[in-house]
Structure formats: structure tokens, C-alpha cells
Design a protein around this ligand. Sequence first.
Ligand code: ARG
Length: 466
Amino acid sequence: MSEKKASNQMWGGRFASGPAAIMEAINASIGFDRKLFAQDIEGSLAHARMLADSGIISAADQEKIAHGLNTILREIEAGEFQFSTRLEDIHMNVEARLSDLIGPAAGRLHTARSRNDQVAVDFRLWVKRELARTAEALKALIGALLDKAGEHAATVMPGFTHLQAAQPVTFGHHCMAYVEMFGRDLWRVRDAIQRMDESPLGAAALAGTSFPIDRTQTARALGFREPTRNSIDSVSDRDYALEFLAVGSIAATHLSRLAEEIVIWSTPQFGFVRLSDSFSTGSSIMPQKKNPDAAELVRAKTGRINGHLIGLLTVMKGLPLSYSKDMQEDKEAVFDAAETLDLMIAAMTGMVSDMQINAQAMKKAAGAGYSTATDLADWLVRVTGLPFRDAHHVTGRAVALAESRNVGLERLSLEDLQSLDPKITADVFSVLTPRNSVNSRTSFGGTAPSEVKRQIRYWRKRLKSA
Ligand code: ARG
């Protein structure tokens, strides 16, 4: 056995025909970039039409090319297309088939173009459309949250800091906090779409072309606002893909927090919500259990999206301009993140719409833990003119007294309270229940039901033009 053969056995085992097969396997992207087939054909149709309109190819060739490309589109959609790894990627697979179908005219399609601007335009189109879908999905989720918030604008629950009961809020207000977060995600999506709305087609390999092409025509035909302004940048950057992943990571992070709260709320210990059977599962061994699997998976899948963001940032980091093959690694991350995010938003929308709220349990918990202590202190400041720091001290003593009697603040007698500060009157009881506490928080953006309803009206209106 020669040296060479022995070392080949070390690393070539899986690859029947040696180094060439390994090269093909690492180089080919057709296994995943076939997802871009519709954008690739659309880009080629627009390019060929522009070449003919600019007198660079004949009208007859353009017609043949268009006819051939439309045939290929149908073949791929019908699952009849033979993808070949030898042809590397979607661009060469389509072009080779075009040559089979229409002969030499196929060779004119790649005039004034390179795979570098071709892949850039295909992928931008794909990401841009995916973001438009994400925007619609977010709108549906926000709609579901607005419905829940509307039903529960006055449903009292404990508000938390450090996951310790802090002050009473309404469930509607809590839902509206997520509306604000997902609303910002929606604007981030819209902003990102605006930024990527430029066509790189016509940048060619990296330097532009000597052919008299019309980049504005192809940009418009493909639904872009305008052509990109620098041919090197056009084939070099993937910041639109990074932005998709960044926006997706933030949205996923928001989703994971709501998911975690649903997990907590649906425990028997909290019992704030009951998930529908469609979004929970039973245990195969413990008959009493109902597990919030969908929420747990939303929480977990966030890790995948965040991971894809870091992955692509790392691929792009330190790359010299312009195109390098490294950039072929942009696609799987984005495709997987897109599919994952779609599923996460859909699952969350379903869970939010279907979940049953246990207002009784929320109210009971809202009253526990002296959650209206701040209301007592505020009352002392407002009515007796005590400085807040002193009021805080008096309230602390009231809590200690209530604790020693094992009752809530509202169950202390007026005499008890007056022993702490003689200026206290019976009016104090108007702020000591959780219900009165939330009703009193009418500051803009506060938790009073009237304010929650105002914000719901605002968002319903805003969403119409989103
Ligand atoms: N499959 C390649 C990619 O996704 C297409 C561009 C190839 N360009 C090149 N110069 N090899 O990046």
C-alpha cells in the first residue's frame, strides 16, 4: 500500500472518488439555495428583458430566454426538475437547464452579470419578502394581545419586580407591555425593509459593467425602490441578512419572555392561566399533568435564532471586500431562522388567543404580599403632607403590624393605623385594596383600566396603518 493511499483512507472514506468529491461536497450550495429558485428566475427574467430593451441582446433571444425560464419555473414547482450537485448552486442549475431547453441563446443571459450580483439580488428579494411576512405575523400576534388586553383591561393581577409581587396591575396592562415590545419589533422590520430596498443587480462581479445596462429598470421590475450605489458594496455586504437575524433575535427574545411567563402562570402554584389542550400536552406517566410544551419550545427556539445571528456575524467578520465564498454560508442560517421565527410567532398567537384567564386566582395573588403598601405611603404624602421618606417609614410599621396579626393592610382597624400616625382617616381604605390601587394609577401609560383602554384604542388605530 502506498503512502498516498493510506492517508486517503484516513480522510477520504466517505467520498467514493477522492478529493474531487470532497471539493464538490464542500463547494455546493444547491442543497439549500434551491430555495431561491423563484427569486433567481424572477431576477433573470428582469435582467433579460432589460438587456433586450437596452439593445444588448436581440428581442428574439430574450423571448426564448423568457420562455425557457418560465418552463424551468414550472418544472421546479412541479417537482420535476433534476437538481445537480455538480452544477454547484441554483444559478448554474437553472442556466444549464436553460441551455438544454433553448440552446445557444441561453449563453446570452449572463451578459453584464455575474453570480456575485445574481446571488445578492436573489437573496435580498428573499429576505425582503420574508420580512414582509414577519410583519404580518407580528400584526396578528399584536391583534391577539389587544383582544386579551381588551377583555382584561380591569382584571387585577400582581405586578412583579424580581419576580416578587410588587404592586397590583391589570392583566390588560401586562398584555399591553408586550404589545409595545412586538410593536417596536414591527417597526424594526419595516425599517429594515426600507434599508434593504435597493437592487444590487448590475454590479456584476464587483466593478460594474461596460455594457449600457439600465439598473433602474431592473430595480423597478423587481420591486426595489432604486439600484444600489456602489458595485463593490453590492456584492460584498450581507447586512440585510444580519439585520433580519438581529430583528428576529430581538423579537424572539421578547417571545421567550412571554413564553416564560406563560410557563410560570400555568403552574398549579400560580394558576393564573389555563392553556388550551391544543397548546399543551399530557404526561405519559403522571395523569394530573398538563405541560406548556409550546411555550417551552418558543422559549428554547430563541436560542437557535440568536445562534444564527452570532454565526453569520462571525462568518462576515474580517472578510476583505468584495465577494468571498465564505458568504455562501449566509443562507442556511437565515432560512432556518425564518422558519423558526414564523413558527414561534404563530404558536404564541395561538396560545395567547386560546388561553383562559383565572381572574379569581390573579386577584387573590394581587392582594397578597402587602402589594398596596406604596398606595398607603402615597396616600400619606398626598393627604397628610408627610414627606415620602417618612411616609415610607410609617407604612413599613403598618406592614409589620399587619404581618404580626397575619392580615392584609386593608384589614387593620382605623385605630391601629392612627396609632402609627394620628392624621390617618377612614379615607385611607379607599386605596388599600388592589382594585382601588389600580384604579388610582391614571398617569399616562399607567395601569388604571381607563388608561389601558386608551392605549388599546391607540394601538388599534396605529395597527391599521402599520
Ligand atoms: N453559490 C454562491 C453563493 O451563494 C453564488 C456566488 C458564487 N460566486 C462566485 N464567485 N463563486 O455565494
